[in-house]
Design a protein around this ligand. Structure first.
Ligand code: EPU
Length: 416
């Protein structure tokens, strides 16, 4: 089943319920091993979760998932080298670096996977571990990180990296003394992780700010968290609604996590209304072009850059999008152009000449959010689109086909 087919041009109406955040749950699952028994609710149905489950089971952690709730029991877990077979399936496998270092003072893990959207180095993570007293050795593809003891330190991140912030929090939560992370990432997913760790007895202060204070504790136990709504999934379906909706309601949204995104929809002249945790969307004609520049939270999210490019194709005039976080996140543009778009790539910026009408074509998903951009394009295009290599999409969009079918889209999976 690695093809999606879409017949475009349908009006979408009804309700889409947003699932728990991918980028939260992928740090919550490795964090779970720091405690004995934990409960995580509102877990999305995505392959990144399946792949983390495999790693947990490999480490002899008990894992059960029922109706979106995970119970994890790490009482009898064992620390073993995590081989490439496990680590390469997703980026977030590297959160086991921080978690295992914290719990066992030693971790051996192969290189992580994830979308091919740029260099994606993790030198800040490794330097953070070293600051806490760990020794990092790299042999071929294997990272060996160990410490006699971890001691709290002041760590200044050169860039507010989400991954480095998560890994340093995990590594320092049971260190001796206090760790300060300056220039920490303040994405809502980091807040969700802190909430989870504090529910286990951690002492982490400074949530939602760029300065975190982690007062080491000797032991963590218990733990409960509900995964926050996925702001990127919400943004993607809101885009589907402003392009093709008739009173399409996107439910279970945290609108406060999407402020910069809504500012751009306002500038474009989209029709949407926020009503508590619902966003009601309608298609309108004559949209205005805009200039977008991605930034760390609360700026415009890089993960919504490719999806919103599909909307810009419908605007009357030239829009620009500047990508500041990754070096290679315009792979969607090649396929959009094949569908009839007119997008020029100029280094870190694209120029989108609108309006254009799209035609269904055979296109390929190069990475997760490029896939989302192509699904949005296929929903608006004339005729049938076939999207191949959809494993990327299944990593991050929970029940995508079901959610869209329920609101009137003609979209289905097909075996290769
Ligand atoms: N960077 C370094 N060194 C480091 C860490 C990061 O140079 O040690 C650079 C990266 O190369 C990149 C930039 O800093 O150019 C941003 O990296 P960051 O660490 O903030 O991102 P991440 O943790 O790798 C997470 C999400 C991404 C999302 C970014 C930014 C997860 C698993 N991934 O990545 O999500 O784009 O934060 O918000 O949480 C997606 O969902 O499609 C996705 C790619």
């Amino acid at each position: 089943m690695d093809k999606i087919k879409v017949i475009g041009g349908q009006t979408l109406s009804g309700k889409i319920y947003i699932s728990g955040s991918k980028n939260s749950v992928v740090s919550l699952l490795p964090a779970a091993i720091l405690s004995d028994e934990v409960v995580i609710e509102k877990v999305p149905h995505i392959s990144d979760v399946d792949n983390l489950e495999e790693i947990l089971r490999f480490l002899n952690v008990k894992f059960s998932l029922e109706s979106g709730t995970i119970h994890i029991d790490s009482t009898h877990m064992v620390n073993k080298p995590i081989t490439e077979e496990y680590s390469s399936k997703l980026r977030a496998s590297y959160y086991f670096m921080g978690a295992l270092l914290s719990k066992f003072k030693k971790v051996e893990i192969s290189f992580p996977g994830g979308c091919n959207i740029g260099k994606r180095s993790f030198d800040f993570h490794l330097k953070g571990f070293e600051k806490l007293g760990a020794k990092v050795t790299v042999k071929d593809n294997l990272y060996i990180i160990e410490a006699d003891e971890l001691i709290g330190a002041d760590i200044n991140l050169p860039f507010p990296s989400v991954g480095a912030t998560v890994n340093i929090i995990l590594a320092s939560v049971m260190a001796k003394g206090t760790t300060i992370i300056n220039n920490a990432a303040s994405e809502p997913e980091i807040g969700n992780l802190i909430e989870f760790l504090n529910s286990m007895g951690a002492k982490i202060k400074g949530v939602d700010t760029n300065r975190l204070e982690i007062i080491g504790v000797s032991k963590l136990s218990g733990g409960y968290v509900k995964v926050i709504p996925d702001r990127i999934e919400a943004g993607t379906y809101i885009l589907a609604g402003v392009m093709n909706g008739k009173d399409l309601e996107i439910c279970d949204v945290r609108p406060d996590h999407l402020t910069s995104f809504f500012e751009k929809l306002d500038e474009i002249g989209c029709d949407y209304k926020i009503d508590g945790d619902k966003v009601i969307t309608n298609k309108v004609e004559h949209l205005k072009p805009v200039n977008i520049e991605t930034a760390v939270y609360p700026g415009f999210a890089t993960d919504l850059q490719q999806p919103i490019t599909t909307l810009l194709l419908q605007c009357d005039g030239v829009s620009t999008v500047k990508e500041t976080i990754y070096e290679n996140r315009f792979q969607n543009t090649k396929y959009l152009n094949e569908m009839g778009a007119n997008i020029e790539v100029l280094g870190d910026t694209i120029k989108v000449y609108g309006p254009t009408s799209l035609k269904g074509k055979l296109v390929r998903t190069s990475d997760l959010r490029a896939g989302a951009a192509l699904v949005l394009a296929a929903l608006s295009a004339d005729g049938e689109t076939t999207i191949t290599d959809i494993k990327h999409l299944l990593r991050g969009y929970s029940d995508l086909i079901k959610k869209l079918t329920n609101v009137g889209a003609k979209i289905w999976l097909e075996d290769e």
